[in-house]
Design a protein around this ligand. Sequence first.
Ligand SMILES: [Ca+2]
Ligand SMILES: [Ca+2]
Ligand SMILES: [Ca+2]
Length: 737
Amino acid sequence: MRKFLISVFFILIIPVVVYAGFSFGLIKAAKKTGDKVDEKVAQRKASLLYAQTPTVPTNLTAIAVSSSQINLSWTASSDDVGVTNYKIYRNAGVTPIAMPTGTTYSNTGLTASTAYSYTVSACDGVGNCSGQSSAASDTTLPPIVGGEWVLVPGNLSLGTNDFYVMKYEAKNVGGVATSQADVTPWSYINHPTAVAACAALGAGHHLITIAEAQTINRNIEAQSANWANGIIGSLVSAGGGLKRGNVGITDSASYAGGAAEYGASRNLKAKLVLSNGEEIWDWSGNVWEWIYGTGAGGTLGAPDGVAFYATSAWYEWNSVTPDLNQERPVLGPSNSNWTGAYGVGSYYGGAPTKAPRRGGPWADGAFAGVFSFCAEASTSDSINTFGFRCGKSPDTQAPTVPTNLSAVAVSSSQINLSWTASTDNVGVTNYKIYRNGGVTPIAMPTGTTYSNTGLTASTAYSYTVSACDAVDNCSGQSSSASDTTPTPPAAGGEWVFVPGNSSIGTNDFWVMQYEAKNVSGIATSQAVITPWVNIDLSSSIAACSALGSGYHLLTIAEAQTVNRNIEAQTANWANGIIGSLVSAGGGLKRGNLSITDSASYIGATPEFGTGRDAKAKLVLSNGGEIWDWSGNVSEWIYGAGATGTQGTPGGVTFNTSGWYDWSSTSPDLSQERPLLGPSNSSWTSAYGVGKYFGGLTTNAVIRGGGWPDDVSAGVFTFNAFYAPSSSLVSNGFRCGR
Ligand SMILES: [Ca+2]
Ligand SMILES: [Ca+2]
Ligand SMILES: [Ca+2]
């Protein structure tokens, strides 16, 4: 660095002496070089400052909220200096799709009914990024039925809430009323058939009502863009007027005439806009559109209590003879001066039992328009100019409140929740889990179970759950359920929490994670040092009891609870398949060598340490890990007889002499198997489950098998050959509490 600066100095000085103007350029060049040096120093300092990469983001959730959007959220990462942003990856892509600074992201523009998978990584100020999180995925909702719709803001004075309306006149697409630009409108349809076609789209779909039609009408008339010259209340004769078609507004025929038209690219006068920017086509004409009145079956009736004047000709909306002052607020323009000369359309009344329609057809010239109304036709009439348009109520109904919430602590750091599914008028998309009265959900699972991990031992946790639909209408919170994480045993080293098994008659209990080790005479569950062997039954019982109140040598029922839990976990089978054969590369793992070896453990001496082959480790349903349960040293268990001898557990006299497979029928082990054998009566040692060796009721019971036992070792290995006073080099024990 110093040498470099000196050379810069010489480069600077010499030209200054020679020629000042020339040197000025060099000074500038040298200064640039100096900046680069400073930049490198700054980068090095920064990289020292940001020595650590951020932690990997956790609890990533992905929830589809529509046919085109999935919302992501995750738990913030931490960093020694600070997380500056996250990177979102989709479907295992290598390029992030987004780099938000917060812990949420909405991925829009997706395809309907399609599964998407996401991961997220956290980055700091110098671009150190964490590994990618666990993936979360969801499937976008099905496509919206009935084509394209626009949202219409509700109108309080007309008594309407927000609703959706078809953007285009309904088209007949395979018998399904569909709003799309292509295809000629669905015409030659009578009023009840139009009502049915809208209802057939599903819950909330209906033929547009009079109140909804007027909500759209009044919204349209208030937008200057819908007037031909941009001036609200202008006359057609002055080049203005409320647009009523796709040819020149001053023509007598609004539409080209002759036939109903379609296509989104034709004259934009066929398109009108709403106050929220939404666009609606052919509302001012093209084909008449049936609307749903207040009478029986959607006939005209007396909307808003107004008996619409039955005329036999067209009248302007400003007519006083007949007087349309009452009808105009219900379906006419807001300004009582606006006639057909303003492009708003005209009025043609009918009896309350007639079928109302609006907008006017392509052939009606000046009578067509946004406010054109006619109640002259019967409900059964269906001619070429009669079409329709559907409306849809937005989903405002929340799902039902989840019931039967249960919270069960399965370890000192985990509580499992489950509940009964909620129902919704459209569909429940996810649940929100709340803990200890918090206002922010801790998780948003899509199913009806959730495992809350990372909890503190000996602590009570309370939960509620609410159910949400696709537009985030959420139910109230359920009744709360709570449980307390259990307190791990204080003495005897490391323990594993075992869920009780009601069919075996056990409650939850703790078992030593490792075979007991002799640590200054105290039975201790730890990975290091060789197991405590050469110990008889009564000394094993005493060593466990010495740990304190509630501590005991593991019982037969507890051993079987662990056994049956282990056999039901795919991870404990060598090829991940429950009930697979050792000869096929499968089998219930029984040691730290390849499962196909005759000797599961290395042999010669018992082994220890957590770093060896993970086949010596088995997992429980709650994620707990237990070591050497399938062998290494045999383990005394507390029997049903006097002072822990075998006795007759479950009233069963265990058969004697020689190794037998648990499938044996001679001697018949069908009574013994439920008490200490595997659940499947065809599983032999060829499945890696171990073997059976009966004995006198006064003998003691050992389980699991020792390292010299070869194929006889295994999770379900049972041996009642030895007297309780036996003290063997391959035999240790394990405590429960
Ligand atoms: Ca129309
Ligand atoms: Ca709903
Ligand atoms: Ca063992």
